[in-house]
Design a protein around this ligand. Structure first.
Ligand SMILES: [Mg+2]
Length: 433
């Protein structure tokens, strides 16, 4: 085991993981590191079966999903053979004796210590266990051994707090394992700057949607775009339905019945009352944030207010966007930043809550029980609840523009931006089928 020297900068990749695990800014991590208040150790383990994975349940886990990946390793089932000559019985007896010796004497401990080099075991306030690698549903070997070490350290009282970090975010799409890609049955996708390129829907992404649907995947755009657009998308695109206005509604066109199914998070009476309050926010934003405008698609919205900061107006500075969000918050509304608009609304819904309802009601899919079979792809902060929930989440490359503002980051990132990034994901999913 080696202790890194606080005089040296913290390696870039570890720095990011530590910041994510402790929910600190990179600057805070650097300050703590240089003040000697943070120590990062890396350990290499020799194989040992002394500690059972069950002990991991004793860890105070920040992200229980990581431990849900643990599965006990099944012992091989031996079939006992009839042995006329007694040779097999003798061998079995010897094996039994060896097992007794290994189990009840310090032999294994002695052997393990002989194999492993001596190390100076550190102590400290917090130990961060980098739980990341997985093979299918199984936790990876390195994460497993780190977990074993964490239990050992924790039981020895060396650390006050142990955090098992979630999987490392923003990895290249090429690391999305084929076996996991083959399991995907539902593709949830943002629209703006994920399917579109400079505001247009190119043939490449439309064709990719069609190819995925023909291959048997359910396709559901999940967008901040207005109800009016959703009506067209549900009716005309190769999709199974659409969640719109950041989760205010879902539409699904039932082809055999030639009927549009429309469901809303809040009923018509509450939406009308919300509109009066949103009108006051609109007046305040227009009066106090120069350059901001009501989004051009506002006329087709049923639940939210969209303020344009980048679509049809010259891009506003970050401070102006933050000011718009503040005004929504001051009036008790929820506000989310997309790549082009700030959308605000009343109610506790978001893209994730309405997607859960859509899948359950319209497609009889339990989202919580089946999230391993789903992939979400998006590009901006209003996609964060989806990035957080779906273990198979993907950002098209332009998500990197928002990297510092993302409360939750996607697991994988494509090489290409926007529509071509989406096509890259579609190809990866289709190649695994
Ligand atoms: Mg977007």
């Amino acid at each position: 085991m080696t202790s890194a020297d606080a005089e040296q900068p913290l390696p870039r990749r570890l720095r990011k993981r530590v910041a994510e695990s402790l929910r600190l800014s990179l600057q805070d991590v650097d300050e703590r590191w240089h003040a000697g208040r943070l120590r990062v150790t890396t350990a290499k383990f020799q194989s040992s079966d002394q500690v059972n994975a069950v002990l991991l349940n004793m860890l105070p886990v920040r992200d229980p999903r990581q431990l849900m990946l643990l599965r006990p390793v099944p012992y091989p089932a031996y079939e006992l053979l009839r042995d006329e000559n007694g040779v097999f019985s003798s061998m079995l007896a010897c094996a039994g004796a060896a097992l007794m010796i290994v189990s009840f004497t310090p032999l294994l401990e002695w052997w393990t210590n002989a194999l492993s080099r001596p190390w100076g075991d550190p102590g400290g306030g917090t130990l961060i266990v980098l739980g990341s690698d997985t093979t299918g549903d199984l936790i990876g070997e390195h994460s497993y051994w780190r977990g074993v070490y964490a239990v050992w350290a924790w039981r020895g009282g060396a650390f006050q707090k142990i955090i098992v970090s979630g999987p490392e975010s923003m990895r290249p799409l090429a690391e999305f394992p084929r076996i996991e890609r083959a399991r995907i049955r539902v593709l949830l996708t943002d629209i703006d700057d994920t399917l579109t390129e400079h505001g247009r829907l190119p043939a490449e992404s439309y064709l990719a949607l069609q190819r995925l649907r023909q291959a048997g995947l359910a396709i559901v755009p999940v967008t901040g775009r207005p109800a009016g657009w959703c009506d067209l998308i549900a009716r005309q695109w190769p999709v199974d339905g659409v969640v719109g206005e950041n989760g205010a509604l879902y539409f699904r066109y039932l082809d055999p019945e030639r009927r549009m199914l429309r469901q809303y998070a809040r009923d018509a009476v509450r939406r009308a009352a919300d509109r009066l309050k949103l009108d006051r926010i609109r007046e305040e934003v227009l009066a106090s944030v120069p350059g901001a405008a009501v989004a051009a698609d506002q006329a087709y919205r049923e639940a939210d207010l969209a303020i344009d900061f980048c679509e049809d107006v010259p891009a506003l500075p970050r401070a102006a966007v933050d000011r718009i969000v503040e005004i929504f918050a001051k009036h008790g509304a929820t506000a989310k930043i997309s790549s082009i608009h700030v959308n605000g609304w009343y109610g506790s819904y978001d893209k994730l809550t309405m997607t859960r309802r859509f899948l359950a009601e319209a497609m009889s899919i339990d989202m919580d029980a089946n999230r391993e079979a789903m992939v979400f792809v998006g590009d901006s902060p209003n996609d964060a609840p989806m990035f957080d929930f779906f273990p198979r989440s993907v950002g098209v490359a332009n998500v990197l523009d928002f990297a510092d503002d993302l409360r939750h980051k996607p697991r994988y990132v494509t090489k290409a931006r926007g529509a071509l990034g989406f096509v890259e994901l579609a190809d990866a999913l289709l190649a695994a089928r």
